[in-house]
Ligand binder design. Sequence first.
Ligand SMILES: Nc1nc2c(c(=O)[nH]1)N(C=O)[C@@H](CNc1ccc(C(=O)N[C@@H](CCC(=O)O)C(=O)O)cc1)CN2
Ligand SMILES: Nc1nc2c(ncn2[C@@H]2O[C@H](COP(=O)(O)OP(=O)(O)OP(=O)(O)O)[C@@H](O)[C@H]2O)c(=O)[nH]1
Ligand SMILES: [Mg+2]
Length: 443
Amino acid sequence: MPDGTICAIATPPGRGGIGVIRVSGEAAGDCLSGLAGRLPEPRTASLRTLRDADGNPLDQGLVLWFPGPDSFTGEDVAEFHGHGGPVVMDRLLRRLIELGASLAEPGEFSQRAFLNGRMDLTRAEAIADLIAAGSEAAASAAMRSLEGAFAHRIQDLVEQLTELRVHLESSIDFIDEPLDGLAIDRLADRIEAVGEAVRAAREAARSGQQLQEGARVVIAGAPNAGKSSLMNALLGRDAAIVTELAGTTRDVLDAHLHLDGLPVQVMDTAGLRTGAGVVEAEGIRRAHQAMAEADHILLVVDDRNPGDDDGLGAAWPASAAALTRVYNKIDLTHRPPGVGDDGVAVSALTGAGLDGLKSHLRGVLGVRAGDEAVFTARRRHLQALDEAAAAIDEAVSAARAGYGEELVAESLRCAQDRLGQITGAVTTEDLLGRIFSTFCIGK
Ligand SMILES: Nc1nc2c(c(=O)[nH]1)N(C=O)[C@@H](CNc1ccc(C(=O)N[C@@H](CCC(=O)O)C(=O)O)cc1)CN2
Ligand SMILES: Nc1nc2c(ncn2[C@@H]2O[C@H](COP(=O)(O)OP(=O)(O)OP(=O)(O)O)[C@@H](O)[C@H]2O)c(=O)[nH]1
Ligand SMILES: [Mg+2]
């Protein structure tokens, strides 16, 4: 359990009508009485004069008292709703530190709420996602996670795995009754069905993750194909440098775009070729890295020589991301714009075909922003679901190959662990540090 008493300004920095300071921990009551006199009724606002150690008034504000465990963190919590000026807030904080509190780290209130069993990790992350939401759809999805949509889905999968493990482990204990061929087959089918359910949850989580963090779309291709021109045309502004020289772009340039409600992070990259100089080669290395992390790649091809990139060989990284070929400069080849079987034909110069490209992209990114079923999720959740699905696949193969119940059970346990990391049933200090350090101070 966490110890010590923490305090932080919960409202944004700067001047505002009201500024809120939150205190959590065993000294919260002393902090409250030290600044504001006797403890008020629990969970009822009282107007008090807040005073320094010598009794001089620092502010007049509303105070709230939440004795643990019925509080946000599960610990004793005090709140001071003062006037929102930086000097006022600072003086109140200094007084709280005199009274035994210390400054909270980012996310420390939420981390305590988690450690005290007040909420699981998906809900804690949903609060941060709600605060960060950049669209109504993202905010609604975060609320669905906060209300437990994601956590329930994971719990359901964990229960199915537990049931299978109990079944397996009981058959391990009774060696005289080993599972026969038919029973093994039926078991493998059941494990496979759970694997399908994990994959379905993964797809739902992916939609939520893209809604929250934005899908990553990387524009790649041979030098001079018109990648930077396409980036500018998609953004509707002159963000990237365009010249007729091959090798113009070196740094990865990224910008945000909304495809009706879906946030997208678009990245322009250096043209891929072999035999480039030092600076350009570093640009190409970064392009490869961006491609490796992409959700989707737009491979730009100069329509005048569409076979150009075939000869690049080693310049192409092996990437798992889906890819769309974009045939550019069709104003020069007179190909009609639009979406075909082998790709999308556009002119970054005239804008022909760009609407088609945008709706194609919206389709392949596969998120329906208004989808009722969407809850927010993060990259780490997708990774955990992928690993859980892989472990389940191993269990199925082991069962079908007749490798014995222990091995099957071990793979299922591994899958369950990975799911447990999503809700926080299984954690490490390192994982918690990585999650909560990205939260706001005071959250
Ligand atoms: N002033 C203030 N506003 C706030 C918060 C806060 O901490 N303080 N919140 C912070 O994120 C959010 C609301 N979330 C909260 C969640 C639980 C509890 C709480 O005290 N829960 C207790 C008592 C419940 C009750 O009184 O019915 C409990 O669950 O036992 C408070 C706020 C948004 N608004
Ligand atoms: N006619 C025509 N020219 C284009 C089109 N798109 C780009 N260009 C021209 O092609 C040249 C290269 O364009 P860029 O956008 O810089 O190409 P790039 O792929 O970013 O090139 P690097 O950054 O060097 O890899 C410029 O002279 C552009 O004006 C197009 O659709 N039609
Ligand atoms: Mg460029």
